[in-house]
Ligand binder design. Structure first.
Ligand code: NIG
Ligand code: FE
Length: 396
């Protein structure tokens, strides 16, 4: 048993509030939180535990980055320049750039190369406190490369990885017809699932990607295997993707700048998490805001993630996303931190992490900060002192 004591805990226990505990302690046993509370009330079994002094530092749950495209080849900095010269994301995609440019580079990369570059990126996320990370496929768009991406994601060390099958991300060049490609996407899924490579299934529902009817076919294939679904929905336009995803009880709908009131209601009824991605909003210089107040009023849980990808969100800073979620989307610092912890976990269907509560996994971060709101108020600054994953310091 190990005891961390003498810190300010932001437990995020319950549905709202920071859950602050001054001079708090965490008792850890077997990778789980055994007891959390004021140090003055420690239970007797803490007497023999090995002690780590927190010296007044802040402790939060470990960060959960629930939406990334971390495994890929190449980079797309030239598209950043093109957009600054006036091209839109959709223009670049229609001209064969965008996702398809990354597909070409990813297909050309070996498994070892993909693992080396993804590991480097994961190190940056881990260095800012990420303990659980989702990684999507979707830059292979053929059976072999999608499998390679998912295998690589599973090999990233030092962080818990959940993998999402996103072959319905773009139409690959060798297919002329999107319906034919969707048939292939559905056909590849059972084999990948049988290899244990898929935790969830995602798609890009957009006028430059796939229609709701095509996405529904992918969701049917997921349902047949008992796999949960997620959706890139209403990023550039309102396609009614949120309603479709909610009808499949999706874990999450992500982006959501163009989400309609009907979409909000459908998500609320289905218990679907809204994953907001301020990095993509910022990098695309989007001006349409996701309907945060409507999501709040409807009681839709809001998550925040990096959406790390080489095109629309080349950030490796979850802390910057906390700040941007507040400044750009109007989240409170508490909502933003819940978004990168407990609600991020819910967006992955994980209920065993995200709060500092007895029985949860001992995944937490120790910060050089006096109050959790400081994590969102600052940007370009990393106050992480230590990250603990599954009860292990350094967390590897
Ligand atoms: O989440 N919107 C679609 N997918 C990614 C972008 C992928 C890319 O441009 O490479 C996103 O923003
Ligand atoms: Fe994405």
């Amino acid at each position: 048993m190990k005891l961390w004591r003498g810190g300010c805990l932001a437990t995020l226990a319950g549905d709202r509030g920071w859950g602050l505990v001054d001079d708090g302690a965490l008792l850890v046993d077997g990778g789980l939180l055994r007891w959390v509370g004021p140090a003055a009330e420690l239970p007797p079994e803490a007497t023999n535990a090995e002690v780590v002094e927190l010296r007044g530092a802040l402790v939060t749950p470990g960060l959960v980055d629930c939406h990334t495209h971390l495994v890929y080849g190449g980079n797309r900095a030239h598209e950043f320049e093109q957009r600054l010269h006036g091209a839109t994301y959709a223009d670049i995609a229609k001209a064969g750039g965008g996702i398809r440019a990354t597909v070409a580079a990813t297909r050309a990369a070996s498994e070892a190369e993909l693992l080396a570059s993804a590991t480097k990126r994961a190190r940056s996320l881990i260095g800012e406190g990420v303990t659980t990370l989702e990684v999507k496929s979707g830059y292979g768009l053929d059976a072999a490369t999608e499998a390679r991406m998912l295998r690589v994601a599973r090999q990233i060390a030092g962080v818990d990885v959940r993998t999402t099958y996103l072959a319905a991300h773009a139409l690959p060049p060798e297919f002329g017809d999107a319906d034919d490609y969707i048939a292939a996407v559905c056909q590849w899924l059972p084999g990948l699932h049988a290899q244990g490579l898929v935790d969830a299934v995602d798609a890009f529902c957009e006028h430059i990607a796939f229609s709701p009817a095509q996405v529904a076919r992918v969701f049917e294939a997921a349902r047949a295997l008992g796999l949960p679904v997620k959706l890139h929905a209403e990023q550039l336009s309102d396609q009614g993707g949120a309603q479709l995803a909610a009808s499949y009880r999706a874990l999450s709908c992500d982006h959501l700048e163009y989400l309609s009131p009907a979409g909000v209601q459908a998500m609320a009824q289905a218990g679907t998490v809204a994953v907001l991605l301020p990095g993509a909003f910022y990098a695309l210089r989007e001006t349409k805001l996701p309907p945060v107040q409507q999501l709040r009023e409807a009681g839709v849980p809001i998550a925040v993630a990096t959406d790390h990808n080489p095109g629309t969100s080349p950030t490796l800073s979850p802390l910057l996303m906390l700040n941007m979620a507040c400044v750009l989307f109007g989240l409170t610092p508490e909502e933003a931190l819940r978004g990168l912890t407990v609600h991020g976990a819910r967006a992955l269907g994980l209920h065993d992490r995200g709060q500092l509560v007895a029985g949860q996994r001992a995944d937490f971060c120790v910060w050089d900060a006096g109050h959790p709101r400081e994590l969102a108020a600052c940007f370009g600054h990393n106050p992480l002192i230590e990250r603990v994953r599954h009860g292990i310091q350094g967390g590897s």
